[in-house]
Design a binder for this molecule. Structure first.
Ligand SMILES: [Fe+2]
Ligand SMILES: [Fe+2]
Length: 275
């Protein structure tokens, strides 16, 4: 079992770079969209339930921690070109998400310019830190987070429906497509790690899946309230996480529940108890 803090082997680095080139080529050909031209901004619904705007603000805030995500994730992978270049491209795509959500909050008159400026100040008063200490655990975390994020956007879009707000619906569709592509890329990276070092990757997978929490929500001043709002609209809760995120990821990775339960000798030594 390889030490997860050590650099990846040249073979793994080469595989991930090939994966990235494929991801990038597809994104350039099929997935680029314009904030300015692809969203029917004249069709914002100013009479939409304010609870929806609250949820959009939550998503926008979480997306706004981008400088922390990038500045902390990049140093972990600077020697791995596929992973580092992906972060650069991922950062570009993610930067559009908070802008699109913020633009909708403004154009729908749900928030004023002043409120958005306050939100920005409030977000940057807190700093997001890496929840795990190595790049392998972090790519697993990102995989889980991307699928969970896709589900948040997908479920919110279902609640609003095409006619509820054509502008927001389009924003959510475009973002959801990006999030799904992110999930797909990161999951394939985890698959490469599993093929290369199954016991070591499983150890990190167990750590992450057993302690997963969405990023940055707890950093928001009213984080608990915001989590409750998301739960009450049934956009995301524990059951949704279990059946729509945890199970599909384990199936897609070809990992069994018993493998996720079993502790490695190293973990047992750390925890100091029998499995
Ligand atoms: Fe995003
Ligand atoms: Fe994403």
């Amino acid at each position: 079992m390889a030490d997860p803090t050590q650099p990846d082997s040249p073979a793994v680095v080469a595989k991930i770079y090939r994966l990235y080139r494929d991801y990038f080529d597809r994104a350039e050909k099929k997935r680029r969209w314009s904030l300015q031209y692809d969203i029917p901004w004249d069709q914002c619904n100013r009479a939409l339930d304010p609870a929806i705007a609250d949820v959009v603000q939550t998503f926008c805030s979480v997306e706004m921690y981008l400088p922390d995500y990038l500045s902390k994730l990049l140093p972990q992978v600077r020697g791995n070109r596929g992973r580092a270049w992906m972060l650069a491209n991922w950062g570009y795509e993610e930067s559009k998400h908070s802008m699109a959500l913020g633009d909708w909050l403004l154009r729908s008159d749900m928030r004023s310019e002043e409120q958005m400026a306050d939100l920005e100040t409030q977000v940057f008063q807190q700093e997001w830190d890496l929840p795990y200490d190595n790049a392998k655990a972090m790519v697993i975390y990102t995989t889980v987070q991307e699928l969970a994020t896709w589900l948040h956007y997908y479920n919110l879009r279902q609640i609003i429906g095409e006619r509820g707000d054509p502008a927001l619906c389009k924003v959510l569709s475009l973002i959801a497509i990006d999030e799904r592509a992110h999930y797909d890329f990161f999951r394939k990276v985890v698959q490469i790690y599993l093929e290369d070092d199954r016991p070591g990757t499983l150890e990190q997978l167990r750590r992450v899946l057993n302690t997963f929490a969405m990023p940055a929500v707890h950093l928001l001043v009213d984080g608990r309230q915001r989590t409750e709002a998301v739960k009450s609209l049934r956009i995301f809760d524990y059951d949704i996480f279990y059946y729509k995120v945890f199970e599909p990821i384990t199936v897609a990775l070809g990992v069994t529940k018993s493998e996720l339960r079993r502790r490695s000798a190293r973990e047992i030594m750390v925890v100091g108890s029998s499995p």
